[in-house]
Design a protein around this ligand. Structure first.
Ligand code: NZQ
Ligand code: ZN
Length: 403
């Protein structure tokens, strides 16, 4: 096990009606004038935006607003938000929504006190050394941004989707998490969120660092809980306990605890970010179009964790490969595990290859070129993937079918 720092200082306020505490919480973390950031229509339509603004006003906080942040958020809204926050002298950013709104809020928070272009932080020209405090009212469990120090923004010029990773500055001060707020999610968004949190765990599970049994078990338990709860929320969107478990799983998947003590991978995320930057697909669906091809490539090149996940998470047993030659068994177990994962994602209505994602002729040259331009000559750590390998994986993901 590697040395590590685990720093997850966010105050999570979880349960029914918790959004009514937003004003008090924001005040507690110093808010006097808050910029409230929200997405397209959902928070306004449900009345959540009005309720939260009322809670802020009751706490004596002046409210300014930034509406209309879209999925796969771009720099345009960040510049707009920085401008409003500076002009209105906001001292706090409150995000109401999911990853897209939260990430925009974080980028604004870093950009307001910085004299240069906020994009410098994303292009690694500058390091965040100061930021306005950010609070969150979460409406979709998926990105884990309510618990992470990261922000993912696409630069409109050139469609570069880059992630800014900070250990301290951009972790939200608090996250209000009421599972009832997720009852209105369309099934596809619910499923995309479930897939995203599963892959957040997998990016940490697929590691060559040895001696991390506890971290492995945390990952496996989180994945198994998600797999059990997923059909429940799909079949009954108003199942409070299932929604609550999924919501909390999204946080556990990405607050860092599932990666403690070891190297992490993140190749599938980097490969997906190119898909959602260019084709504007939902991030979770982009992941399920890439991961099966990635796993299948991995079982041929570094099988250990693929086989372990098949046994411990997907429930593949010796009986499932009975009769096979002993030397062939690990591979068959791994492939059966991948098949079960694909079946699960398909049962949630998710694509498991790029064609099903609605991109029958993806521009592989551009995807590979931009991936390595943005992320360097290799991506991932479980196997370091160079451009030849990422090309193979993208290529096999176009019409991927389980073996
Ligand atoms: O805009 P509105 O009308 O609110 O609709 C949203 C949006 O269309 C809708 N929605 C959200 N809550 C709802 C709801 N609809 C009905 N009822 C509700 N309660 O859902 C749609 C998707 O929202 P979005 O915020 O885009 O989803 P998600 O949380 O999946 O965020 C995706 C973004 O996060 C990034 C992704 O790359 C993508 O850009 N990520 C951020 C990470 C981080 N900061 O740590 C890590 C992740 O790996 C990811 O890369
Ligand atoms: Zn993700």
């Amino acid at each position: 096990m590697n040395n590590f720092i685990f720093h997850s200082p966010t105050e999570f306020v979880f349960g029914r009606n918790t959004e009514q505490h937003t004003g008090r919480l924001a005040r507690q973390y110093g808010a006097r004038r808050a910029l409230v950031a929200s997405g397209g229509v959902s928070a306004r339509r449900s009345g959540l935006l009005a309720r939260v603004c009322e809670s802020l006003t009751e706490a004596g906080i002046t409210v300014c607003q930034l509406h209309g942040i879209k999925p796969n958020p771009t720099d345009t809204k960040v510049y707009e938000g920085i401008d409003i926050a500076r002009t209105q002298q906001c001292d706090f950013i409150l995000a109401i929504g999911g990853g897209s709104v939260i990430d925009t809020a974080k980028a604004i928070a870093a950009g307001v006190p910085y004299e240069g272009d906020f994009w410098d932080f994303f292009s690694s020209k500058a390091t965040v050394g100061m930021a306005l405090p950010v609070g969150v009212v979460l409406t979709i469990p998926a990105s884990g941004s309510e618990a992470s120090g990261n922000s993912v923004i696409t630069r409109t010029d050139g469609l570069h989707k880059l992630s800014l990773r900070t250990q301290y500055w951009l972790r939200p001060k608090f996250a209000v998490m009421n599972p009832e707020l997720t009852f209105t999610l369309p099934p596809y968004q619910t499923a995309c969120g479930i897939a995203d949190m599963m892959v957040h765990v997998m990016e940490r599970y697929f590691s060559n660092t040895t001696g991390c049994e506890l971290t492995d078990r945390l990952c496996e338990a989180t994945l198994k809980a998600i797999i059990d709860e997923a059909p429940k929320v799909m079949n009954n969107p108003g199942d409070y306990d299932a929604r609550a478990n999924i919501m909390w799983a999204g946080t556990i998947a990405h607050n860092g605890i599932c990666g403690t003590g070891r190297d992490e991978d993140w190749a599938c995320h980097f490969m997906e970010h190119e898909l959602s930057a260019i084709y504007d697909v939902a991030h979770g669906a982009g992941l399920t179009a890439i991961v099966p091809a990635w796993l299948t490539w991995m079982q041929a090149h570094n099988i250990d964790k693929v086989e372990q996940m098949a046994r411990r998470v997907m429930g593949v047993t010796p009986a499932d490969v009975e009769g096979a030659a002993p030397g062939a068994k690990p591979r068959l177990v791994a492939l059966e595990g991948i098949r079960r994962l694909v079946n699960l994602w398909q049962s949630l209505g998710l694509p498991t290859n790029i064609t099903q994602l609605g991109i029958p002729e993806p521009d592989i040259d551009t995807l590979v070129c931009k991936l390595h331009e943005n992320k360097g000559p290799t991506v991932g750590a479980y196997v370091k993937l160079d451009h030849t390998m990422t090309r193979q994986i993208y290529q096999s993901a176009i019409n991927y079918q389980p073996q």
